[in-house]
Design a protein around this ligand. Structure first.
Ligand code: PBG
Length: 329
């Protein structure tokens, strides 16, 4: 023998009972949030071409969603809305009878135990597809803040449990906090999309939500993916502005930031495994190139191992099953 073999890491890999005992990363379905696309109208239950296995639901079709959630034991959702009408100011985003507001009320009736988070942004509601109010060709940060605060308030009034601003305007967490507090919603937490990058991984979502910008791109407000320190600055600002939970987005290509944010901040940390991450796995699996289930499990655990407490994922139902079966976690 070349050297002393008293130390053998393989000893702890012998057999499933032992491997499961010494797992370092423990996960539960309580950590999962499932993104859902609500579409204004009736009788809409339509598979989303860019996101195989995901659907658009009109409010009357939501029993299909709640049955699915209950079957898999998923009890947290993140709502996005596709309005029937868009305009330059995105006014359907804060309408009392807007699509997300309708959806919240319907989901409350159908599944009282459901925890409802809403995405707060304007890009699905504006005719130009940008995340705020335009001034010329630029998004006007401070005018947008008032609108975002109004959207968050209307979601809270409709019964949302938590709001999640995804627009990347400066100061929006403070603006939303102030608006909610002034209207009696002190206890509605804010999940801040703190470090959200100008990512090509959002492509399938923009098809699903009809929210691609009609000109330009989002690099003047979403982050440059060359930057890591700046992400910590964004997190720090959100902490100071009163965020309750921080988020890094996308997830898999940004594990370094999840890890760093975990080390620096005490707030719960979420990561969003975005549409492109899901669509790539689906496409590779459909082409027979990878084992979908295995890649799904491994990718999710990587995000938790990096330090996330919460994972927002289109695979929430399948992951919840894998966790309950003890395959992961
Ligand atoms: C809205 C929003 C986007 C996503 C979440 N909220 C799209 C974007 O910023 O263009 C992306 C989610 C995904 O890709 O799954 N601003």
């Amino acid at each position: 023998m070349m050297f002393d073999q008293t130390i053998r890491p393989r000893r702890l890999r012998a057999g499933d009972p032992l491997r499961r005992m010494v797992r370092e990363t423990r996960v539960s379905p309580d950590s999962l949030i499932y993104p859902v696309f609500l579409a204004e109208g009736n009788g809409i239950y339509r598979e989303i071409p860019s996101l195989p296995g995901q659907y658009h639901y009109s409010p009357d079709e939501l029993p299909r969603l709640t049955e699915r959630l209950q079957a898999h034991g998923v009890s947290r959702v993140l709502l996005f809305g596709l309005p029937a009408q868009k305009d330059a100011e995105g006014s359907s985003a804060w309408a009392e009878n807007g699509i997300v507001q309708q959806g919240i009320r319907r989901l409350r009736e159908l599944m009282p135990s459901l925890y409802i988070v809403t995405d707060v942004c304007m890009c699905e509601y504006t005719s130009h597809g940008h995340c705020g109010i335009l001034c010329g060709c630029e998004v006007d940060n401070d005018r947008t803040l008032e609108r975002l605060a109004g959207i968050a308030l209307s979601h809270a009034q409709a019964g949302a449990d938590m709001v999640a601003p995804s627009d990347m305007m400066d100061g929006r967490v403070a603006a939303i906090r102030a608006k909610l507090d002034a209207n009696g919603f002190q206890n509605v937490p804010i999940l801040a999309y703190s470090a959200k990058y100008a990512s090509s991984f959002y492509g399938p979502f923009r098809d699903a939500a009809g929210s691609a910008p009609s000109f330009g791109d989002r690099r003047a407000y979403q982050m440059d993916w060359h930057n890591a320190r700046e992400a910590m600055r964004e997190c720090e600002l959100d902490v100071r502005e009163g965020a309750d939970i921080l988020m890094i987005k996308p997830a898999l290509a940004y594990l370094d930031l999840i890890h760093e944010a975990r080390n620096r901040f005490d707030l719960p940390l979420a990561a969003y495994a975005v549409s492109g991450e899901y669509a790539m796995v689906k496409a590779a699996a459909a082409a027979g190139l990878i084992d979908e289930h295995g890649v799904m499990c491994e990718s999710a655990i990587a995000v938790f191992r990096a330090g996330a407490d919460i994972l927002i994922t289109y695979y929430a139902c399948e992951l919840a099953d894998a966790m309950r079966a003890g395959e992961i976690g």
